[in-house]
Design a protein around this ligand. Structure first.
Ligand SMILES: NC(=O)c1ccc[n+]([C@@H]2O[C@H](COP(=O)([O-])OP(=O)(O)OC[C@H]3O[C@@H](n4cnc5c(N)ncnc54)[C@H](OP(=O)(O)O)[C@@H]3O)[C@@H](O)[C@H]2O)c1
Length: 314
């Protein structure tokens, strides 16, 4: 497994990570803690240390399953969790206020059965809380040792930049990463966020790297989605002719090089200098094995330019 620095920090994370929004049942079928533990342990065996979750995935069940799965192996993992989502009705149960962050970090630590979180991410911006309040609360958590590094997610480039200069001005801990939706089929971050991350040394942790499995090639034009897969029953807008045209061209590109479109989806993201770890979900050991194997393909500048043409529908 290849390891990369998480942004400008000294923390080394596996180029392929494990996403766990399907643990507990939200987004898929991982209802049993035992099935989740199999995937987590296989990931660790393969050298994958980056495990991404959130306090909100199936209302904390994802964190609980990770805590159980990591018994005896906690030190091998980089746990990245998140705060921001609404966790209960009423005031102060959502957002990025000091009040909500300080209570939720305790809930995450308890569910994860650990006394520190490696990467604590703000899940999304909160227009009702000044960024200074959020950065001060996170800095206090880093100083207390409950949190080792902090990151953002779903931030616009200007919001990540505002957070950077707020922390710089006040001498507070800065975000080392941002987690945007980013894949071959969704390139919006390249307009503003990716250039910001390149310039400021912020690591990118792309989510939905496989577009919920579409970029694995298991969904075929005009055919029903295989039973039990994420997109069976709801295609999340992916099953269009234009998307299948791109997918089929990507498959041809990969096959000409003796690789799969799944490997291409990872390799394309890993060719971007600021990408630190590509966090894909997995429902079986075989999937995590296939994902881990993708990390050894380095695309050339010529490959990337040919792929730009395919992705533009040329
Ligand atoms: N920050 C945020 O707002 C945010 C939002 C969404 C997600 N995330 C994070 O990003 C992670 C990744 O996103 P994601 O898991 O939703 O989407 P994804 O990585 O695009 O797709 C994952 C799904 O693809 C299928 N798959 C994975 N590897 C495969 C393989 N080798 N062969 C065939 N199918 C394979 C599996 O689904 P099936 O087996 O069910 O088909 C798996 O659940 C999440 O788990 C979560 O940690 C963050």
């Amino acid at each position: 497994m290849e390891y990369r620095r998480l942004g400008n920090s000294g923390l080394e994370v596996s180029a392929i990570g494990l996403g766990t929004n399907n643990f507990g049942g939200m987004f898929g079928s991982m209802y049993e803690p035992e099935a989740c533990a199999v995937v987590v342990n296989r990931a660790l065996d393969l050298g994958i240390n980056m495990i991404d979750t959130s306090n909100s995935y199936t209302a904390g069940v994802s964190e609980e399953f990770i805590g159980r799965a990591l018994k005896g192996r906690r030190h091998e993992a980089i746990i990245a969790t998140k705060v921001s989502s609404r966790m209960a009705d009423g005031p102060n149960n959502a957002g990025n206020s000091r009040a909500h962050i300080m209570s939720e970090v305790e809930n995450s630590l308890r569910r994860l059965e650990t006394d520190y979180i490696d990467l604590y991410q703000i899940h999304r911006p909160d227009p009702n809380t000044p960024i200074e309040e959020t950065m001060r609360a996170l800095d206090d958590l880093v100083k207390s040792g409950k949190v080792r590094y902090i990151g953002s997610s779903n931030f616009a480039a200007w919001q990540a930049c505002e957070a950077y200069w707020t922390a710089e001005g006040l001498g507070l801990t800065k975000f080392v990463s941002d987690q945007p939706r980013y894949s071959m089929m969704y390139r919006a971050p390249e307009r503003e966020l990716v250039p910001f991350c390149d310039e400021y040394g912020v690591g990118i942790l792309p989510f939905f790297p496989l577009e919920s499995g579409f970029l694995t090639g298991k969904y075929r034009r005009g055919q029903p989605a295989p039973e039990g897969t994420r997109l069976a029953g709801r295609d999340r807008g992916m099953f269009t002719d234009a998307n299948f045209d791109i997918l089929e061209s990507l498959e041809a590109f990969a096959q000409e090089r003796g690789r799969t479109v799944l490997e291409l989806a990872f390799a394309w993201l890993l060719a971007k200098p600021s990408v630190s770890s590509v966090i894909a979900g997995a429902t079986k050991s075989a999937q995590i094995e296939a994902n881990a194997a993708a990390a050894d393909w380095s695309l050339s500048a010529e490959d990337m330019s040919q792929l730009d043409g395919i992705l533009a529908g040329e």
